[in-house]
Write a new protein. Structure first.
Length: 95
């Protein structure tokens, strides 16, 4: 069951920052629940998140996915190990 304590230690020995930082923070991504089994995040969709034709920019969607995947991988890794993303690919087939 995910915990809603996203401000500090979601897993003993694996301190997590209070905010995602970097690009995720610029996009307004907020982690609302996280555990080694599940990460839940939200991201507002405002005109700042749109591509030139007024639709959600695909890169913003990918950043949301990368953020939750990175947090989940870190939390699911064994205590003496860490995790980082090495590659991400997205196909936007239909608006």
């Amino acid at each position: 069951m995910p915990t809603n304590d996203v401000s500090a230690d979601a897993r003993p020995g694996k301190p997590m920052p209070a905010t995602p930082g970097g690009l995720a923070e610029l996009l307004g991504i907020e982690i609302v629940a996280m555990s080694g089994e599940r990460v839940v995040a939200t991201m507002p969709v405002t005109p700042a998140h749109h591509q030139p034709f007024g639709l959600l920019h695909g890169g913003a969607s990918v950043e949301l996915a990368e953020t939750v995947a990175s947090v989940g991988a870190c939390l699911a890794a064994p205590d003496v190990k860490g995790a980082v993303g090495m590659e991400i690919n997205a196909n936007h087939l239909r608006a």
